[in-house]
Design a protein around this ligand. Structure first.
Ligand code: MN
Ligand code: MN
Length: 260
């Protein structure tokens, strides 16, 4: 029975459009512990118990410190659930995972495929992490859901890396996603429609509903060994509604990670 370590990553230096996600982790915790909601997932797993360890928040000053911190929390066979932070953090996290999981699958929920070879002159931009992951062979499989911003460059990158892209325009959620490899779930909150998640830097209408994401998580046929919730930008939020959504999704994801 693996334990889950929660780590907050205070990092938004690789955001291309607006800063803000570095402030997110304590606000997601605050929503979770506000007394507004209980600590149960809908499927009946409790976040209160000895198997969940909250390691607290880590302000990041150097990008690859994220890899070092994640490696410390993975030691001892723990699963790690990270609160972001912008999406660039997933590359150093996956570098730490690769040392433990040579055959890792990644499921990415996102409006964007984040496959740019380079963005605004930065190969570590939050628009690039999955290009870095795939070209370094750190994932056996990458499945993307909710994408609605593909351009020719990113479509070519997806083709080059064999990424399975489920675009919003033709999304079919009638069957659960199945993974034979250990699964890392990376949830960019802009994958949801901004009507549900206004607190993100990049509003891209036409996205997933809260219920679609919850159901997708609940029906996943996979051993979830790690996850992150990224791109919450409190500067754009209304009444903390996106923080509460992040806390709700944290419970559903952690609940699934507790199953073994
Ligand atoms: Mn993203
Ligand atoms: Mn995105």
């Amino acid at each position: 029975m693996k334990k889950i370590t929660i780590q907050g990553i205070g990092w938004d230096e690789k955001s291309s459009y607006q800063r803000g996600p570095a402030q997110a982790p304590p606000l997601i915790r605050q929503a979770l512990h506000s007394g507004s909601m209980n600590q149960m997932s809908e499927l009946g797993q409790s976040l209160e118990g000895p198997r969940i360890i909250d390691a607290g928040d880590f302000p990041i000053s150097a990008y690859f410190d994220i890899e070092r911190i994640t490696a410390q929390h993975l030691a001892g066979g723990h699963k790690v659930l990270s609160l972001g932070g912008d999406h660039s953090m997933t590359y150093p996290i996956i570098r730490a995972y690769a040392a433990h999981y040579p055959e890792l699958a990644i499921l990415q929920i996102d409006a964007h495929s984040d496959l740019y070879d380079s963005f605004a002159g930065d190969e570590h931009s939050h628009a690039c992490p999955f290009a870095r992951i795939m070209e370094n062979g750190l994932a056996a499989r990458l499945v993307q859901v909710g994408i609605r911003t593909l351009n020719p460059h990113q479509a070519a990158q997806a083709e080059r890396f064999g990424v399975e892209v489920h675009e919003m325009k033709s999304l079919d959620l009638s069957q659960p996603f199945r993974f034979s490899q250990p699964l890392y779930l990376t949830l960019d909150l802009d994958g949801l429609d901004p009507a549900y998640a206004p607190g993100v830097s990049h509003h891209e209408p036409g996205g997933l509903t809260s219920r679609e994401v919850i159901r997708l998580i609940q029906e996943l046929e996979a051993d979830i060994v790690g996850a992150d919730i990224v791109e919450y930008n409190p500067d754009r939020d209304h009444q903390g509604m996106t923080a509460f959504l992040a806390a709700k999704l944290l419970k559903e994801i952690a609940g699934r990670m507790l199953e073994e």
